[in-house]
Design a protein around this ligand. Structure first.
Ligand SMILES: NC(=O)c1ccc[n+]([C@@H]2O[C@H](COP(=O)([O-])OP(=O)(O)OC[C@H]3O[C@@H](n4cnc5c(N)ncnc54)[C@H](OP(=O)(O)O)[C@@H]3O)[C@@H](O)[C@H]2O)c1
Length: 262
């Protein structure tokens, strides 16, 4: 399937985020470069990195060497909140490392330990977006209450909240809270928090002739939740992107939701 057919969600500013992205935490150095290049070759058009991952240079080099046009690859990076007060120099360093003029999405990696820094950081994120350094800005590991604080202070909702998510962590109420606030839910660690030998997942995988890992990713997409699986193994990189040839029935989605117990 051509990547242009990949499903997307729309962020404020009419920015389209592909629902399938490629995670790069712990994919560093040459292994990280090769993994991102393999991912782009396998059809991913969305790469998730962070200042903290120490691989922005490799991600940028892989995007360039892929031969794809910059505008065809969605790039996310993240601000470590202890850089509060140095937000602008941090994103400028990210842009230099990635060798791009702007990122598509810039996230606050986790809430600052000093709650008083929350709103000032968010204002700096918005200012960077307004200056064109990021097309959209959002958060990661934020509670709904913390998201509400941002909205109350600035009337600007984060485009995305990237949080740990998987069938076992499924929380319908939390998803609804994001939707109600216009915040796209982006899930991370889909496999690390899954039991891929769970009988519900293996039964549904067998019914579609796919793997339980592919079922987990397809379940995210069928809920319109962004998934960013990570792998440095070429066949897994390819298999994790090969999830557009089937979809889950409403009953299968309900059975998988029930693994979260909510
Ligand atoms: N915002 C945050 O605080 C935060 C925190 C954690 C993660 N993230 C982001 O989310 C991404 C994904 O999360 P993650 O890296 O924690 O975990 P993950 O994607 O759930 O799992 C990665 C692990 O699963 C293995 N794997 C990959 N495909 C598989 C498959 N088809 N079957 C079985 N095992 C498979 C990988 O092994 P191999 O690599 O050896 O193939 C690796 O050990 C990260 O890379 C990062 O970009 C963000």
């Amino acid at each position: 399937m051509d990547h242009t057919d990949h499903p997307t969600a729309t962020l404020p500013g009419d920015v389209r985020i592909p629902l399938l992205g490629f995670g790069t935490w712990q994919a560093t150095g040459d292994a990280g470069f090769k993994a991102v290049l393999a991912a782009l070759d396998a059809g991913y058009r969305h790469i998730d990195t962070a200042t903290m991952y120490g691989n922005e240079e490799e991600v940028g080099r892989a995007v360039r060497e892929s031969g794809l046009r910059r505008e065809d690859v969605f790039i996310t990076t993240k601000l470590p909140p202890e850089r509060a007060g140095r937000e602008r120099e941090t994103i400028e360093a990210s842009l230099r490392a990635l060798d791009v003029e702007q990122v598509d999405l810039w996230l606050v990696h986790w809430p600052p330990s000093d709650a008083g820094a929350l709103i000032p950081i968010w204002r700096e994120m918005l200012a960077a977006r307004d200056a064109g350094l990021a097309r959209a800005v959002g958060v990661s590991n934020f509670s709904t209450a913390q998201i509400d604080e941002l909205i109350q202070a600035t009337e600007e909702n984060p485009a995305v909240n990237q949080i740990k998510w998987s069938p076992r962590l499924y929380d319908r109420q939390r998803h609804v809270e994001h939707r109600d606030r216009g915040v796209v839910l982006e899930g991370y660690s889909p496999f690390k928090t899954s039991d891929l030998s769970d009988p519900v997942l293996t039964r549904i995988a067998a019914a579609h002739n796919v793997s339980p890992a592919q079922v987990v990713l397809r379940w995210h997409l069928d809920h319109e939740i962004v998934a960013i699986p990570k792998s440095v193994t070429p066949e897994r990189i390819r298999a994790n992107a090969d999830i557009f040839g089937f979809s889950l029935t409403a009953e299968e989605i309900r059975d998988i939701d029930a693994l979260g117990g909510s």
